[in-house]
Design a protein around this ligand. Structure first.
Ligand code: ACO
Length: 319
């Protein structure tokens, strides 16, 4: 038994920070950032918590799905930057929604939303759930080093959610992969204050080898799309919408030209959001759904890739 997406929702912080705003305190410029990344501005939390954004995204998804919190059987949150280390972000969301189902987090960096869909699919397959809320919530502004112009300009904050119902055709294909490598993209954990700990604790801010991530991202998109099409017995031309992780416009355009696909079928949100890690894919999906661009029966490919190095890809039927 598969699932179908019953409704989506998303929420971004009110504060938009432009490239020009960043150049007020960093040695950077719109002329450097935009051509290399496709990003003009990003939304950064000022007065909102990540809990606030997550709950708003979930409420909108539940409303679109016509589902109430007490009808949920499971809440899965994808995050690496939640408001809480303990408990899971999903538990904080459940409390604010008034839901009483099991709730836990999935940590797979930018691929997390697709990993969470795969976990949800397992619950449907085992007959353990009828309705699952999957939310991706990221406050990347707390993980970046705001003095490092090579990384802080790339990221933003936001949350997006989807309510899944049992009994649909999706996923037509699903593929999760890990090429283990910590240093390419890494945020060290908190050091703590144990009097026994004699190990080193690097600053817990994001560090990245940009060019290696670039190559990995383009390959992850291209190999995933081919593998999904083969598994489902469809051709790339049959796919109506491609929703790839929004790391960088140059990664997207390299993959699009290598795959030979129509750029108009590739979702793009990053110009005004930056890279929101695992929230990019459900945010782009929500924008497509609300703009009426998704029609029943269409095929949608999702590919998330990032730290790990994790790749999560799936082929959905929009129903
Ligand atoms: N403004 C001005 N100059 C900058 C900036 C900036 N924001 N950032 C870096 N520079 C400078 C560097 O200091 C360096 O100067 P130097 O030669 O005098 O030392 C020069 O630009 C080149 O720096 P690199 O870090 O080598 O920059 P690169 O050309 O690799 O471009 C970029 C950086 C755009 C991030 C590139 O590596 C890239 O496209 N990476 C793809 C990966 C990516 O986007 N990751 C994001 C998230 S990861 C994920 O979501 C999976």
């Amino acid at each position: 038994m598969g699932f179908r997406i019953l409704g989506t929702g998303s929420a971004l912080p009110a504060r938009s920070v432009t490239n020009d705003d960043l150049s007020e305190f960093l040695d950077t410029s719109d002329e450097w950032i935009f051509p290399r990344t496709g990003i003009r501005s990003r939304r950064i939390c000022a007065d909102e918590t990540l809990d606030d954004l997550s709950v708003e995204a979930c409420r909108l998804a539940l409303e679109a799905a016509g589902v109430t919190p007490d009808q949920l059987d499971l809440i899965i949150c994808s995050t690496t930057s939640g408001d809480h280390l303990i408990p899971a972000e999903a538990c904080a969301i459940a409390e604010r929604l008034g839901a009483s189902c099991p709730a836990f987090d999935v940590s797979a960096a930018c691929a997390g939303f697709v990993f969470a869909l795969d976990v949800a699919d397992g619950y449907f397959a085992r007959g353990r759930a009828e309705r699952v809320l999957v939310v991706a919530a990221e406050k990347m502004s707390r993980l970046v080093d705001w003095e490092d112009r090579a990384t802080c300009v790339l990221f933003g904050d936001g949350a997006a959610a989807a309510v899944l119902g049992a009994g649909g055709e999706s996923p037509l294909a699903m593929r999760l992969e890990t090429e283990p490598s910590v240093d390419i993209l890494h945020v060290p954990g908190i050091g703590g204050s144990s009097p026994y700990d004699r190990t080193e604790h690097p600053a817990n801010v994001l560090a990245m080898e940009g060019r290696r991530v670039f190559k990995f991202g383009v390959n992850a998109i291209c190999s995933s799309v081919s593998a999904l099409c083969e598994e489902a017995g469809v051709s790339v031309e049959d796919i109506d919408h491609f929703v790839f992780h929004q790391a960088n416009e140059r990664i997207l355009s390299s993959a699009v030209s290598r795959l030979g696909i129509d750029p108009a079928r590739v979702a793009r949100v990053l110009e005004e959001t930056g890279n929101i890690s695992s929230a990019c894919i459900p945010l782009a999906l929500d924008r497509l759904a609300r703009s009426g661009e998704l029609a029943s029966g269409q095929l949608v490919v999702l590919v998330g890739f990032g730290a790990g190095l994790d790749t999560g890809a799936c082929l959905l039927r929009w129903e």
